[in-house]
Design a protein around this ligand. Structure first.
Ligand SMILES: Nc1ncnc2c1ncn2[C@@H]1O[C@H](COP(=O)(O)OP(=O)(O)OP(=O)(O)O)[C@@H](O)[C@H]1O
Length: 291
């Protein structure tokens, strides 16, 4: 499991230590704050005391921002999986993390996949604490007399997530009452079910219809646009977000009239899309992939 030394991951370590299966821990030291090596060693000591084995501490060098720290962390998780031969990596995201993720998605104007938030299962990652609140994880640590670390960057409201965590969610909860994290987490699980169904439908439609525009135009826009995106990614395109998917839809005449121009729509990864008669064609510099 991934342990940061915070209440959430130590609560998960406490729970895992009671299970018959052996669990190991990996602690990534991002080196972002002075004293981070001591924080990592302290968490490692706590994991060993709980009986986790092996306990690995991986120091990494990052560019200093949240995104590169995250990328480095997941790289180390992959390394730990391959070195130990473990099949799964448990992470201790809570319902509060989920609520923040959904609100961040709403602020960006995201669709269902993004509103689905943090997945409980994806690849080797499992997140068994998504139904617990952060406060409950703190109580588990207190009951077990395990001191947890409070990340000082977590109270820096300069980060968008922390602004949501420390100001916006408490403000909304106080003004609107109700159970806001629970409500947002429910939105995530409803959106996840819808997004899974649409992705499945798009996969089937891709196999059935290919890139035939006449057939694609008979599908709901939510499905046809996913089919285009799947083909673009298959052709090697990267970062096919909302704006690029919209451009592909205009090229294909999905959800509106066909664009006057037959292309190219340029995509990251040196991929261009063209409309050629009844189909869309993706080309990479120097080669052509017709579908
Ligand atoms: N430095 C770390 N070393 C090992 N595991 C970590 C570390 N930081 C976070 N984790 C794992 O990830 C979980 C979520 O941590 P946190 O909420 O800080 O990450 P996040 O940035 O919100 O999520 P994401 O995984 O999407 O980056 C923790 O409960 C823990 O299991």
């Amino acid at each position: 499991m991934g342990v940061s030394g915070g209440a959430d991951s130590l609560a998960l370590a406490i729970a895992a230590a009671t299970l018959p299966d052996p669990f190991g821990a990996v602690i990534v030291d991002h080196g972002l704050q002075p004293g981070s090596a001591q924080v990592a060693q302290r968490a490692a000591g706590q994991c060993r005391e709980l009986g986790l084995d092996p306990v690995l501490v991986y120091p990494v060098q990052t560019a200093g921002d949240e995104a590169s720290a995250r990328a480095a962390r997941y790289e180390q998780f992959e390394l730990a999986l391959s070195r130990t031969g473990a099949q799964r990596m448990l992470l201790a995201h809570t319902r509060d993390d989920q609520a923040e993720q959904v609100l961040l998605g709403l602020i960006r104007g995201s669709g269902t996949r993004s509103l689905a938030g943090i997945p409980a299962e994806r690849g080797p990652y499992r997140r068994p604490l998504l139904d617990l609140s952060r406060k409950q994880t703190e109580e588990i640590c207190q009951d077990a007399r395990v001191d947890y670390w409070e990340d000082p960057s977590n109270s820096d409201t300069g980060y968008r997530r922390n602004l949501i965590r420390h100001e916006i969610l408490p403000f909304l909860a106080e003004r609107l009452g109700g159970h806001l994290p629970e409500a947002l987490a429910r939105t995530a699980s409803l959106a996840a079910a819808d997004a899974d169904a649409l992705d499945q439908w798009a996969q089937t439609a891709k196999e059935q219809h290919g890139l035939n525009l006449r057939e694609l135009s008979t599908l709901p826009v939510a499905v046809a646009s996913r089919v285009l995106r799947l083909f673009a990614i298959e052709a090697g395109a990267k970062n096919v977000g909302h704006e690029r998917t919209q451009a592909l839809c205009a090229l294909a005449g999905i959800g509106g009239p066909k664009s006057k121009s037959a292309g190219p729509v340029q995509l990251d990864g040196k991929i261009s899309a063209f409309r050629r008669g009844p189909v869309i064609v993706f080309t990479r510099t120097g080669s052509t992939t017709d579908h």
